[in-house]
Design a protein around this ligand. Structure first.
Ligand code: AMP
Length: 371
């Protein structure tokens, strides 16, 4: 330090206080990202269509407009230097329009990474193309192609809409070869993917951060329990073998590299086999910060939110070292009665997202304990 001024390594990026990061999507992920940006002195401008967006409350500026509103996108593009998203169902046309209005705008992750991960067939084909194991799958676009796919893959199997699915929405199990028509009706006769049922022992995920220059950092593998298709609890360390953990982290790095990805992504995986046969099978890629990474706020040297901001702003990535044994519980609408107790529990780090209505199954907050 000279005269209180931190010395800068030659070539290290300068953090100008006036930089504004644009965030598409106004839910809890955008909210926590905006809060992390603020700790680095970076302003955020959140763009979301819903008037009640909880990220609006913690950012410097916000725009409430539809994702394809040309005038609103143009004004937004002119006010930010970098754009990212917290929500993978942002239309790729939104990113393309922003780039058109502001050619120098840096948009991370890219529209091409987003479009691969928005479509389950493209996503699985992409992962299989990297030599990564996935469940067997077939594209479905009619009852006839579904029946053919059930004959090829067998039952039990899972029918999922190709696009816009999350937290188990748009999915139907096919338990016998005769269940095809009912499942197709249940998902609204949409374009879909049929996946063979993976008989897994555990579900895990890996968070991977990557910068434009190819620098990467992964976090420890987390073990995830779901209830009614919604993440309920994340714990670390995972009980998988070190070789399986290595395979999982390498798979996430390969995916990030092949997408030329910038930011944080999460890869959800199934653990199958035992002993020397234990390995991971890829399920899906979330091109964003992820619920199974909330533990990193208190449980890692750098939170996933700060890491994402660092990656998209071109700053050095932070350490991903874990600070202890972790338990992260999601708090859904029906869990809000736990809040008074949690407020009195030493070591319980409570996060509430400020949502007004505590509906059943709605993610209202989370709590992390680091031991
Ligand atoms: P997804 O939306 O693809 O993450 O699926 C939600 C949940 O459904 C997963 O976390 C699994 O518990 C279960 N699931 C999804 N696909 C499969 C599969 N092919 N085999 C077994 N379980 C699955």
């Amino acid at each position: 330090m000279i005269d209180g001024q931190p010395q800068r390594r030659k070539g290290a990026p300068v953090l100008r206080p006036s930089l504004t990061l644009g965030i598409l999507g106004g839910g809890q992920l955008g909210r926590m990202m905006a809060m992390a940006a603020a700790t680095l002195g970076i302003r955020t401008h959140v763009y979301a269509p819903e008037a009640e967006s909880i990220a609006f409350e913690v950012c410097a500026e916000h725009t409430c407009a539809p994702y394809l509103d040309k005038a609103a996108l143009k004004a937004f593009a002119e006010r930010v230097q970098v754009v990212t998203f917290e929500f993978e169902n942002v239309p790729t046309a939104t990113l393309e329009r922003l780039q058109h209005y502001a050619p120098h705008l840096r948009i991370h992750p890219s529209a091409s990474a987003l479009s691969i991960t928005q479509d389950r067939i493209n996503e699985k084909t992409f992962m299989a193309g990297l030599g990564l194991e996935t469940a067997p799958f077939r594209a479905v676009d009619s009852l006839e192609t579904l029946e053919e796919a059930v004959r090829a893959i067998g039952a039990p199997s899972i029918l999922k809409t190709r696009r816009m699915g999350y937290d188990g929405k748009g999915q139907a199990r096919i338990m016998t070869p005769h269940g095809a028509a009912e499942a197709y009706e249940a998902i609204g006769r949409q374009s879909a993917i049929l996946e063979g049922f993976v008989s897994f022992s555990r579900e895990v995920s890996v968070l991977c951060a990557r910068r434009a220059d190819g620098a990467v950092a992964t976090y420890d593998v987390c073990e995830n329990e779901h209830r009614n298709h919604i993440l309920s609890r994340t714990t670390l360390p995972s009980s998988i073998l070190p070789a399986t953990a290595r395979q999982a982290r390498e798979a996430a790095i390969a995916i990030a590299g092949a997408l030329d990805y910038v930011g944080i992504l999460a890869v959800e995986m199934f653990v199958v086999g035992e002993g020397a046969g234990e390995h991971v099978v890829m399920n899906e890629i979330a091109p964003r910060v992820h619920n199974s990474g909330h533990w990193t706020i208190e449980g890692a040297e750098t939170s996933q939110f700060e890491q994402h901001v660092r990656a998209v702003m071109g700053l050095p990535l932070g350490s991903t070292v874990r600070r202890g044994a972790i338990e992260m519980d999601n708090l859904l609408g029906e869990d809000m009665r736990r809040v008074p107790d949690l407020l009195e529990t030493p070591g319980a780090h409570l996060h509430l997202y400020g949502k007004k209505l505590a509906l059943k199954g709605r993610k209202m907050g989370h709590v992390t304990i680091v031991r």
